[in-house]
Design a protein around this ligand. Sequence first.
Ligand code: FAD
Length: 389
Amino acid sequence: MEMRTQEELHGIVIIGGGISGLATALGLHKKGMKSVVLERSETLRNTGAAIAFFHNGWHAFDHLGVGDQLRAKSTLITEMHTKWVHKDGTGDVIPIGEEGLRCVKRSDIVDALADSLPSESIRFGCRIVAVETDPVTSFHAVHLEDGSVMRTKVLIGCDGSNSVVAKTLGLKPPNLFRTQVAQAVTSYPNGHGLSNHFLYLWGDKLLLGRVPIDEKTVYWFVVQEVNPKDFESKEDSRVVRDLTVEALKDCPAEVVEMVKRCRFPYIESDIMDNDCGWGCYTLAGSGTIQGAGTALEDAVVLARCLSQEMPIGLSESKMSDQEIQIRAGVALRRYARERRWRILLLSAKSYLLGSILCASWPKRFVFLIIFSKILGGKFSHTKYDCGHL
Ligand SMILES: Cc1cc2nc3c(=O)[nH]c(=O)nc-3n(C[C@H](O)[C@H](O)[C@H](O)COP(=O)(O)OP(=O)(O)OC[C@H]3O[C@@H](n4cnc5c(N)ncnc54)[C@H](O)[C@@H]3O)c2cc1C
């Protein structure tokens, strides 16, 4: 790990080297703006299962310059098959559209983003414990666990759902939702033999999703009401797998078998929030709302807003501190404005989807009507275009 002097000054510091932090750094890099990503773990966190992206996510990947290499590692899915366990597996086939969706292993995404960045832009082993803002300059002091301090003109919090940045800057904690998601990848060395569709299997207060990544691997997730028992054991993947299998007792044998065969299932609670701050700091990615597609959109919009206000970057800039403060504030307010309505819509959709899962049948019916008639249905948000970098 690189040695740090006691107090370094940076133009832009990004806290968190997950998909959001890396994508934001890459967006800025593509606009010629330097930033430094501070990640608490000692190496790249390229574990996890996989993530499905619709058109909106691929659009952002393309602008970040990694779209084609990730497309090559995925399969195009153009149909969704919705089935109901209690109706003997009958259901509907819903076309997703020509653009469809593609599912990519999380490791491939993290590696592609990190490999596109200059190596010195990511620093590992940097756990942030607190952030302070200078009331006069609005610049930030970032305190690391090892006692060192970094100063930065602009601070971007991409440190996930329990964001230290959000906490120390006084933002509300994220709203934890009533549902939890277990997810994993299952490999079939001789091929899975499934057709290229996204299966949505509704059970009693349970939803299973299954998407092929390529001919030999399948990504799946199981959403259900939060079960404290599952959360106590979330670190032990064998227990997560056994509890998930137990929850699928009424489901077809092939999906139960898929879950039994998986390695390293991973469980987390759903979050929803829509606060992203202003001044010379902001949040992006799952610090604001769950979802890697939204994290990528945030990265593109944020890099665009900052580079429009500071076309020659921050480190090289001859601007006075006061001018930087004003321009950064303008850029981050524009970012917050551009995403406000989108995040509100996504929050409403997440809320309704979770409610459909946990509600009684009459309430489910009402929620489904609101979901499809007022909020535009399952796929309306996937047509969103975050624009160019
Ligand atoms: C290991 C892992 C596996 C995942 N697997 C899946 C999956 O299979 N499918 C899926 O749909 N979603 C998965 N997710 C979630 C998904 O990646 C995110 O919801 C989405 O990509 C938004 O990413 P993010 O960068 O905002 O947040 P995150 O992916 O949570 O990344 C936040 C990053 O910030 C770092 N960090 C947090 N606090 C600090 C701190 N105080 N100081 C410094 N660094 C800090 C974390 O170590 C992490 O690398 C996973 C997340 C992680 C961390």
